[in-house]
Design a protein around this ligand. Structure first.
Ligand code: DQA
Length: 143
């Protein structure tokens, strides 16, 4: 089983970017933890980050023929991108949306995510652990 883990803009700066909001762990740390857990579970992980909307869309298109599920933190594009929602709607397997921070207790412009309409579940506010919880869900769901 292969799960694509997609990360949107500015998440490459995780660990140094507003650590009071997003914590001290880097995206490489997150990737490492996911890879270790996936190996235990016999899952394959394709880990990806881009600051470009189009590159994220291209990766979702690639996932259409390769992935059994997507875990996506679209970052700021959550709140703006109909194009990422449309791309996810072409993907026929489950999608879980992850936010490191609790977007609902932050500025009102973060309260709405276009991607949530497509997501089987949304995990927000549990820090980087949210990615691992999403992976565990795929295991439990037999994806
Ligand atoms: C985020 C929340 C978004 O509002 C923000 O633009 C991000 C990260 C999160 O993981 O908490 O870049 O998706």
């Amino acid at each position: 089983k292969c799960i694509y883990v997609l990360n949107g803009p500015n998440l490459n700066l995780l660990g140094t970017r507003q650590p009071e909001v997003y914590g001290h762990e880097t995206l490489a740390d997150v990737q490492q933890r996911l890879l270790e857990r996936a190996a235990q579970l016999g899952f394959e992980i394709e880990f990806f980050q881009s600051n470009s909307e189009g590159d994220i869309i291209d990766k979702i298109h690639e996932a259409r023929s390769r992935a059994d599920g997507i875990i996506i933190n679209p970052a700021a594009y959550s709140h703006t991108s109909v194009a990422i929602l449309d791309a996810l709607n072409t993907f026929e397997q489950p999608v879980i949306e992850v936010h490191i921070s609790n977007i609902h207790r932050r500025e009102s412009f973060r309260h709405h995510s276009f991607v949530s309409a497509r997501a089987e579940g949304v995990i927000a506010g549990l820090g980087t652990k949210g990615y691992l919880l999403a992976l565990e869900h795929f295991v439990d769901a037999g994806q």
